[in-house]
Design a protein around this ligand. Structure first.
Ligand code: AHR
Length: 497
C-alpha cells in the first residue's frame, strides 16, 4: 500500500489535551492507585512515586476528577480542611473517606505537570455549589470559601481553568438525573454563577449524542459553554465481564468517529462550531465492570463489590486495546478542528493504562500507545490518504462478513515544518502489510518505532512487565522513497527528520 501526504493541506493544530486523563473515586483508581499513604512506595504527600514517574513520561496535559457517577452525590466541602467528613458514596455503595480531596488532587496534578479539570455534582448538588468551589480554588481572598482555602494553608489561588457541570445527568443510572429541558436550565443557572465568580474559567456540560438533549442544552446554556462533554465505551462490560476478542475490538475501532461526527453536526446546526469544542472526556474500548450496582441492597457485597476486582485482570489488556486506542487517537487528530480534549477513562487501575500492586506497577499496552503519540507525534495534522493493496480483512458482524481496512494512518508535522511523524496502524490480526511512500522533500533521515507484542492477545503483567513494549523498527530509504513492513496488530510511528 502507499501513503500519500499532502504537506500543503493542513487539517488543523491538535490540542495536546486530546492525550488527557480521567480518574474517579472508584475501586482502586485513587485509594490504592495514585494515593496510598501507607505504601512504602508513597512519598510524603501519599502519592505512589512509581505512578507519578510513569505518568510524567507520558506528559499528562489534563486530568479530570473526581467522577464520573461518583460526582453526582459528592460534596467537595466534605473533603477539604483539617476535618474531613467521610460519607456513604451512593454511586458506588462504599464509604468515601474524603482523605483525598480537592487540595490533594491539585497537588497531584502539580506533581505530574497536568492541568486539573474538576467535575461538579449536578445530581444532588445545587447550582451554587460549583460557584462556591470556583471561589475556593480561584479567588484571592474574597468570600468565605477563598478564606477557607487560605485557612487550609493555600494562600495563593489554584487557578483551576477547567470545570464541568455534571457528569451523565442524562442517564437514569446517574444520581439526580435530569430530563431534557431541565438540564439546559440547570446548566445555565450554574454557569451564570460560576462565571460571575471567575469569568476566566472554561465550562463544560454533560451531553449525550442526542439531538433533543443537545439542542435544549445549547439553546439554554450554549452562550456560557466552552466545551461539550461526550463519553463512550464500546465493549460494554458493566454487568458481564465477557471481554471482546481482538477481531470484535477491531469492529469497534471502526465506530470511534461516529459520536464525534454527530456532535460536530449538532454544534454546526446551532452555529456553535468554532465556539464550543468537543471534550471526549470519558472514553475506553472497555466499559468498567461493576455488576449489580443499580439493584437494591438486597444483594450481598459479593454480588456487587467483589466483582470489581475483575477489572484488574492484566491479561485482558492486549494489543486489541492498544490498536483500538491508537485508532481513537487518530480519530481525534483527524477531527482536531473540533475535538480539543479526550480523557482516557481511567488512567490508573480499573481499565487503566497503569496497574498498581504492592511491589510496583505494570504498564499495560495502552500506556505505550500514549508514550508513542505524546512523545513522537507532531502538532500540525496534515491531509493524507492510502492507496493500493488489499489491506482489508473480514470479521463476522451480526451474522454477515464485515470488511475492515487493515491500515489507519495520520500524518503530522512540527509547527516549524522541520519534522514529520506518521501514526501507522495495522489492525490485521495476523497479516503484516507493506507500506511505501515518498519522503517529504526536506527529509534527511527516517526512523520508526513499533508496538506489536508477539501476538494479538499479548499483554504485560507482574513478572512479564515488558512482553509488550515499543521497539525500533526497520525502514528502507531509497531514492527519496521509504518502505517498511507493518506487523500484524501493530502501532508504528514513522518519523522523518
Ligand atoms: O462505568 C464507569 C462510569 O461510566 C462512570 O462513572 C460514568 O461517568 C460512566 O457512565
Amino acid at each position: 500500500m502507499e501513503l500519500h501526504i499532502n504537506a500543503n493541506r493542513v487539517v488543523g493544530a491538535r490540542d495536546m489535551m486530546i492525550y488527557g486523563h480521567f480518574l474517579e473515586h472508584f475501586h482502586r483508581q485513587i485509594y490504592g492507585g495514585v494515593f496510598a499513604p501507607d505504601s512504602p512506595l508513597a512519598d510524603t504527600q501519599g502519592f505512589r512515586t512509581d505512578v507519578i514517574n510513569a505518568l510524567k513520561q507520558i506528559k499528562p496535559p489534563v486530568v479530570r476528577w473526581p467522577g464520573g457517577c461518583f460526582v453526582s452525590a459528592y460534596h467537595w466541602k466534605d473533603a477539604v480542611g483539617k476535618t474531613r467528613r467521610p460519607y456513604f458514596d451512593k454511586a458506588w455503595r462504599v464509604e468515601e473517606p474524603c482523605t483525598f480531596g480537592t487540595d490533594e488532587f491539585l497537588a497531584f496534578c502539580e506533581r505530574i505537570g497536568a492541568e486539573p479539570y474538576l467535575c461538579s455534582n449536578a445530581g444532588t448538588g445545587t447550582e451554587e455549589e460549583l460557584a462556591d468551589w470556583v471561589e475556593y480554588c480561584n479567588l484571592e481572598r474574597e468570600g468565605p470559601y477563598a478564606k477557607m482555602r487560605i485557612a487550609n494553608g493555600h494562600k495563593d489561588p489554584f487557578a483551576v481553568k477547567y470545570w464541568s457541570i455534571g457528569n451523565e445527568n442524562w442517564g437514569a443510572h446517574e444520581i439526580g438525573a435530569k430530563k431534557t429541558g431541565q438540564w439546559g436550565q440547570y446548566v445555565a443557572e450554574t454557569a451564570k454563577m460560576a462565571k460571575r465568580v471567575d469569568p476566566s474559567i472554561q465550562l463544560f456540560a454533560a451531553s449525550i449524542v442526542n439531538l433533543d438533549w443537545n439542542i435544549d442544552l445549547l439553546r439554554q446554556a450554549g452562550a456560557y459553554l466552552d466545551w461539550i462533554s461526550v463519553h463512550n465505551y464500546w465493549d460494554g462490560l458493566w454487568q458481564v465481564n465477557d471481554v471482546a476478542p481482538y477481531e470484535k475490538a477491531m469492529l469497534y475501532s471502526l465506530e470511534v468517529e461516529a459520536p464525534i461526527r454527530k456532535t460536530r453536526h449538532i454544534l454546526g446546526a446551532l452555529d456553535y462550531l468554532g465556539k464550543i469544542r468537543i471534550a471526549f472526556d470519558e472514553w475506553n474500548l472497555k466499559g468498567w465492570h461493576h455488576p449489580n450496582i443499580h439493584q437494591g441492597s438486597a444483594l450481598e457485597k459479593r454480588d456487587y463489590l467483589a466483582p470489581r476486582d475483575k477489572n484488574d485482570i492484566n491479561s485482558d489488556y492486549t494489543m486489541a486495546d492498544a490498536v483500538f486506542t491508537a485508532c481513537f487517537l487518530n480519530a481525534c487528530l483527524r477531527n482536531c478542528d473540533c475535538v480539543g480534549m479526550a480523557n482516557y477513562s481511567p488512567t490508573v487501575n480499573t481499565r487503566g493504562m497503569i496497574y498498581t500492586h504492592a511491589e510496583g506497577i505494570v504498564l499495560r499496552p495502552t500506556y505505550h500507545v500514549y508514550d508513542l503519540y505524546v512523545n513522537l507525534m507532531q502538532e500540525v495534522v496534515l491531509d493524507s490518504f492510502l492507496t493500493g493493496g488489499d489491506g482489508t480483512f473480514e470479521v463476522e458482524a451480526g451474522g454477515k462478513p464485515k470488511t475492515i481496512p487493515a491500515l489507519d494512518a495520520v500524518a503530522t508535522r512540527s509547527a516549524d515544518g522541520k519534522n514529520m511523524s506518521v501514526a501507522l496502524i495495522n489492525r490485521h490480526p495476523d497479516k503484516a502489510v507493506d507500506l511505501s511512500g515518498a519522503c517529504p522533500t526536506e527529509c534527511t533521515g527516517i526512523s520508526a518505532t513499533c508496538l506489536a507484542g508477539s501476538h494479538k492477545d499479548d499483554y504485560n503483567d507482574i513478572g512479564r512487565e515488558s512482553s509488550v513494549k515499543p521497539e525500533p523498527h526497520a525502514v528502507a530509504l531509497k531514492e527519496g522513497r521509504y518502505a517498511l513492513r507493518l506487523p500484524a496488530h501493530s502501532v508504528t510511528i514513522l518519523s522523518f527528520i
